[in-house]
Structures are given as structure tokens and as C-alpha cells.
Design a protein around this ligand. Structure first.
Ligand code: NAD
Length: 479
């Protein structure tokens, strides 16, 4: 499997950089290395289609393209899921779920392409104000490696539905999967250059896309640190920013919960994609009267998860993205264990990039490991006495991506969900994401919303066309 760049409808560049299977450390294919020249060529191609064709006005064509893309992806479900697991390391069941979700999401936006509606008002007699929702222009889509299929689609599908054109910059680690998905566009009527792909190991391409005055929107999913750099670099061109950033999800568990039943669910919520999901459960806050049971059941549930190659169907926790990343996460966890009140389970590092889960108990939410996003299988256990304390501790973070509330008391569940400053709050569940339901961050977890109808707002501008048509002869103005 090889991945050149895809610019103006042509596959260009010589694949020369290895993409590594993190489970084995072996190469599974090569991709071409890009830079500012490829970025400029891709921007020009996307600009041409946006400025010089009727792509942005042709909603029916865009729907046809999206439906045909979904159909082409559908024929490749299993090969794509296998490639995703080999390139990213995640358990094969998670890859199958991700590919299925991505295809479903393309179909969702194919439907919405035909309903990018504005509105019309008469703000004063005889003056007609038409608010058109127009495509925002050329969009740069910068994708992370942790869920590269669904996170590509989550930005690209609404961008195309809205009438934008795009340049995709994949994460280096999952370039082959991104290229394989974009190749499926060859079976559609997508105009050449409406979607482009530029690969790279560094950041020169991404930085050019962010700074360029010919790019109108940047849709970025990744860390808060990189999101801040992008916001600063985009300031001069004042482009629209859609930023989906990091998180530190808290699970607030009240004393009326069945601890033995929910602990295994929390363990899975914490270790999804080996703990490398933005919404993964990071902090379990349990009401103090039940902490002993939570200690016992959560430790047991985390310890029972099977670590191994993602391609093995019995694996729960696959490899982390890279050996070097795995080492860095393990070192951070070691620092956390050194200062935690209590280490309940210490994960073990093995193979090229495997790490089993760690659980620590701690009382001070200000500690670095309760505050910082540690992107691996690491969970903290904390306690609270009252609702007020639960809310205060859960909100004591710079992030605001997602959280969950666990209780049999429906009114309390809703009350706490309202009080938590997060873009998504689950009740008696965690990590449920839908094409139809907007996700996004409060505070330093990001700007804008993806998924759902409101994702179209990240890729459209509202234009007010004002027409003072006047009132008919014989009609008397009252003021
Ligand atoms: P990252 O920020 O390191 O990289 C993300 C992408 O940004 C990559 O494609 C990378 O090449 C590119 N990039 C890096 N430096 C850049 C720069 N200076 N300018 C422009 N682009 C640059 O993130 P990652 O490690 O790939 O992904 C993990 C992070 O993503 C975590 O923080 C996670 O929480 C977050 N994430 C958020 C969501 C969400 O929906 N909010 C979803 C998935 C992942």
C-alpha cells in the first residue's frame, strides 16, 4: 500500500516514508513527503474549483458525490478496518465500528447537502432581507491519528455538503488509511481538485495551510497545544476556525449506582483506543460512601482487559500509536505514580508499543495528573461528599469536552449534566457519539461544533442581501 499526494485529481510524488504498524514496528507501506510547494499546488486546485465552477451552487451534484463516496467506502469496509488497525494499533472491533460510523456519517451529510437553508425577513415595510447560507470557501482539514477515518469524515463531509472545497493534511502515522479513503472518490463525480491530499512527516504543509490567505477555513482536530498555535498563526488572515481539541473527561458516580455493574463499563470507557480518545474517561469521581467498592471493582475490571495486537479479535487494548509515544506516556504515568496518594494498579510496558492500564487514587484535583490530558490508559479515582463538591471538582479543569453522570435519580442526573461545563454529557453511559449529534468543546477543548446540523456553521458564512423593494402604490406608510 502506497500513498502519493492527490492534487488536482492526480496522484503525485514518490512514496518514500514508511508507515509503521505499532504492534510490530514493521513497515506496512510508504507515503510521499510533502511541503509548502505541494501545499500551494493543492490550495490552487481547491481555489480553482471553488472560484471557477458551480460546485458551491450545485447541491444535487454534491449529494450525488457524497452518496457515491459512501457506496465506494462501503465496498471497502473490511480492508479499511484492517488497514486502520494495522496503521493505528487499535482493536479490530473498534476499527470496524469506526469505518461503519464514518460511512454512515457521509450519508447523513449527503442528505443535508440538499438543505443548506437561509431565511428571509421584512425588517421594515418594503425592505426584504435575505439571509443566504453560503459555502465559506477553501477548507484545510488537519486530521489526528487516533480516529483518522471518522475524524476525516466529521470535517470533510459537512465541508463538501456546504459547498466548500478541501485540502486534507493527514497525521503522518495514519496517512495510508486517509489516502485509501480518499481514493474511493475516484468512483464518484467529484470535480478534480475539489478534494486534495498532501502528506507530510513534519508540519510545514499544515503551517502553510493555516497561514495562507487563500484558505478560508481551517478545521483542525488535535491537541490543545497545537490548536493554540493554529489560532495564533491564523490570526493574520482571520480565517474561520473549527477547533476540536483535548479533554479530561470526568465520570461522576453517585452512591445509588450499582458499582459492580458500572466499573467494567468505566474501564472500557477509559481504555478505548488504548486510552487515546479525546473523550476517554480519565477521572472517576465517586461519592465517598462507595469508594471502597469502586476501588475493588474498577481495579479488577481494568486488570482483566486483554492487551495485545489489535488485529487479534480477542484484544481489548491494542498498541499505542508509536513506541516512542508509549515510552513518553509510561514515563508520565511513572511520575504520577510517584506522587499519587495510592497506586491501585500499575500498568506494564511491553513489546513495541503496548501499555496496560494504570489506576491511581488521589485527593487533590490540582495535581498535574488530574489536570493534564495523559493520552494513554491512565485513570484517576477521586471522591466527593456532596453534589456541590462533585460539580466543583469536575469543573476544576481548563478543558470542557465531555463528562458523564452515573445515578438512578433522573432529576439529579439532569441537574448535574446541566451544571457540568462540557460540550457533551452522558447519563449512565460514556463515549456515545453520533453523526446526528453535535460535539465540541467548552473552554480550551475548542471552538465550533462538528457532527450534526450545526457542523455546517463551521463551513458556511451567512450573507445578508438587502433589497429595499418599497411598498406598492396606494399603500400608506404608518411611520
Ligand atoms: P496533534 O495536535 O499533535 O496533531 C494533530 C494534527 O495537527 C496532526 O495532523 C499534526 O501533523 C498537525 N500539526 C501538528 N503541529 C502543527 C502545527 N504547528 N500547525 C498545524 N498543524 C499541526 O494531536 P495528536 O497527537 O495527533 O492527537 C491527539 C490529540 O487530539 C489529543 O489532545 C486529543 O484529545 C485530540 N483530539 C480531539 C478530538 C475532539 O473531537 N475534540 C478528537 C480526537 C482527538
Amino acid at each position: 500500500m502506497n500513498a502519493p499526494h492527490w492534487i488536482a485529481g492526480a496522484w503525485v510524488g514518490t512514496p518514500s516514508v514508511d508507515s509503521i504498524d505499532p504492534a510490530t514496528g514493521e513497515s506496512i507501506g510508504q507515503f510521499a513527503e510533502g511541503g509548502t510547494a505541494e501545499a500551494d499546488a493543492a490550495i490552487a486546485a481547491a481555489r480553482h474549483v471553488f472560484d471557477r465552477t458551480t460546485w458551491a451552487q450545485d447541491a444535487r451534484l454534491r449529494q450525488d458525490v457524497l452518496l457515491a463516496w459512501a457506496a465506494a467506502l462501503d465496498t471497502q469496509r473490511e480492508p479499511l478496518a484492517n488497514l486502520l488497525t494495522r496503521e493505528n494499533g487499535k482493536a479490530i472491533a473498534q476499527s470496524r465500528g469506526e469505518i461503519a460510523g464514518a460511512i454512515s456519517e457521509v450519508r447523513y451529510y449527503a442528505g443535508l447537502a440538499r438543505h443548506i437553508a437561509g431565511h428571509v425577513l421584512e425588517p421594515e415595510p418594503g425592505t426584504i432581507s435575505t439571509m443566504l447560507r453560503e459555502a465559506a470557501g477553501v477548507t484545510a482539514i488537519i486530521v489526528p491519528w487516533n480516529a483518522p477515518a471518522v475524524l476525516l469524515v466529521r470535517s470533510l463531509a459537512p465541508a463538501l455538503a456546504a459547498g466548500c472545497t478541501a485540502i486534507v493534511k493527514p497525521a503522518a502515522q495514519t496517512t495510508l488509511l486517509t489516502a485509501a479513503m480518499l481514493r474511493c472518490f475516484e468512483q464518484t463525480a467529484l470535480p478534480k481538485g475539489a478534494v486534495n491530499l498532501v502528506n507530510e512527516t513534519g508540519h510545514a504543509t499544515a503551517e502553510r495551510l493555516v497561514e495562507s490567505h487563500d484558505v478560508d477555513v481551517v478545521s483542525f482536530t488535535g491537541s490543545t497545544v497545537t490548536g493554540k498555535k493554529i489560532a495564533a498563526a491564523a490570526a493574520d488572515s482571520m480565517k474561520k476556525l473549527s477547533l476540536e481539541l483535548g479533554g479530561k473527561s470526568c465520570c461522576v458516580v453517585f452512591e445509588d449506582s450499582d458499582i459492580a455493574a458500572i466499573a467494567p463499563r468505566l474501564a472500557r470507557a477509559a481504555t478505548i483506543i488504548s486510552g487515546q480518545q479525546c473523550t476517554a474517561a480519565r477521572r472517576v469521581l465517586v461519592q465517598a460512601s462507595r469508594v471502597a467498592e469502586m476501588r475493588e471493582h474498577l481495579t479488577r475490571a481494568l486488570a482483566s482487559l486483554k492487551v495485545g495486537p489489535g488485529i487479534d479479535a480477542s484484544t481489548d487494548i491494542g498498541a499505542l500509536i508509536e513506541g516512542s509515544t508509549c515510552d513518553a506516556i509510561d514515563q508520565t504515568i511513572a511520575r504520577a505514580c510517584d506522587s499519587a496518594d495510592r497506586v491501585l494498579l500499575r500498568g506494564e510496558r511491553s513489546g513495541n508499543a503496548f501499555l496496560s492500564p494504570t489506576l491511581v487514587e488521589h485527593s487533590d484535583p490540582q495535581t498535574f495528573f488530574c489536570q493534564e490530558e495523559i493520552f494513554g490508559p491512565f485513570v484517576t479515582l477521586e471522591t466527593f461528599e456532596t453534589e456541590a463538591e462533585a460539580i466543583e471538582k469536575a469543573n476544576d479543569t481548563v478543558f470542557g469536552l465531555s463528562a458523564s453522570v452515573w445515578t438512578d435519580n433522573g432529576a439529579r442526573a439532569f441537574r448535574i449534566a446541566r451544571a457540568l461545563r462540557n460540550g457533551t454529557v452522558w447519563i449512565n453511559d460514556h463515549n456515545k457519539l453520533f453523526a446526528e449529534a453535535e460535539t465540541g468543546g467548552y473552554r480550551q477543548s475548542g471552538l465550533g461544533r462538528l457532527h450534526g446540523y450545526d457542523a455546517l456553521a463551521d463551513f458556511t458564512e451567512i450573507k445578508h442581501i438587502c433589497m429595499p423593494a418599497g411598498v406598492p402604490d396606494g399603500v400608506t406608510p404608518l411611520r
